[in-house]
Design a protein around this ligand. Structure first.
Ligand code: PDD
Length: 287
């Protein structure tokens, strides 16, 4: 498998970084995950804009302009043997140059960021998995206040998601001060009385590219929707709950903390939105 590291494409086994890389030592970096369908990247510009926002958020200069990023990503996609991919992009603050302290929290002077990218086969949910839905648990969102930065330092998200796995579930739905924020690795939507509810983008969550597409599709197809704060009581009384992400797409949560969500099966709006999303993907692939 070919990966990209600092200007070169190479086999995965040859990709090596210095142990003092600040990504390794401090988790000092940001990332993106771009889904690719039939070798066509989905919403690449939006992902590159979000990457720019994350880099700005950690005060790291973007090593590449949009055209260079696009070219590198398209080349990485072409090098893979499989058609549906999930492209992982990581930029760290790099390794301190000689003469700099080996480890200092403050930014090192000089040096260059580390840019690493690899592709994995994108495995989306089967029809059977979608028909079954998944279970989720809730937890208090104990992350920092800059969750809109897609930072590689993911310890809180890791611990949150493991809580779900330990409970035999797919996701942890996080609540902060009594309101829904997002999932450990996804955005969360609720449906009540036919109205799609989405928490408003803020520093308390990562605004997913999938989240944006879902709201665009709701607007285009006349599905009633509200972007507003959603209380814990509303989450627990929702007719439907969905998790969304580039890799999970739209997945119905049918059980929350052991209690059925709505009728305890994927609801009609989840099924409709999944259909719209799949059609939208087809259009992108044909473009
Ligand atoms: N995560 N919120 C969090 C905390 C996430 O980690 C993700 C996705 C999302 C959804 O974003 P998008 O729709 O752009 O994928 C929201 C990726 C898939 C991951 O870290 O694996």
């Amino acid at each position: 498998m070919s990966v990209y590291l600092n200007g070169q494409f190479m086999p995965l086994a040859e990709a090596k970084i210095p142990v003092l890389d600040r990504g390794f030592v401090f988790g000092d970096g940001v990332y993106e995950i771009v889904p690719v369908y039939s070798k066509k990247p989905f919403r690449l510009d939006a992902h590159l804009r979000r990457l720019q926002g994350s880099l700005d958020g950690i005060r790291l200069a973007n090593p590449h302009g949009t055209e260079v990023w696009r070219d590198l990503i398209l080349r990485l996609i072409e090098l893979q043997a499989f058609a549906d991919q999930s492209i992982y992009i990581q930029v760290t603050r790099g390794t301190p140059v000689e003469g700099q302290p080996l480890r200092d929290h403050a930014f090192p002077k000089g040096g260059a960021p580390t840019v690493f990218m690899f592709a994995q086969p994108l495995v989306t949910a089967t029809t059977q998995q979608k028909a079954a839905g998944v279970c989720a648990v809730t937890a208090v969102d104990n992350r920092w206040l800059r969750c809109n930065i897609k930072a590689i330092s993911l310890l809180p998200n890791i611990l949150m998601r493991q809580q779900a796995v330990d409970a035999g579930c797919a996701e942890t739905v996080m609540l902060r001060d009594g309101y829904l924020t997002e999932g450990a690795a996804s955005n969360i939507f609720a449906v009540k009385n036919g109205v799609l509810l989405a928490p408003p983008p803020s520093h308390l969550m990562l605004t997913g590219i999938t989240y944006d597409v879902v709201l665009e599709l709701a607007a285009t197809h006349g599905i009633p929707h509200q972007v507003r704060e959603i209380s814990e009581a509303e989450v627990r009384a929702a007719d439907e709950l969905w998790m969304t992400s580039s890799t999970k797409e739209i997945m119905a949560i049918v059980k929350l903390d052991g209690a059925p969500v709505g009728a305890g099966a994927p609801g009609p709006l989840a099924q409709r939105m999944d259909g719209l999303y799949q059609n939208f993907k087809q259009q992108v692939m044909r473009a």
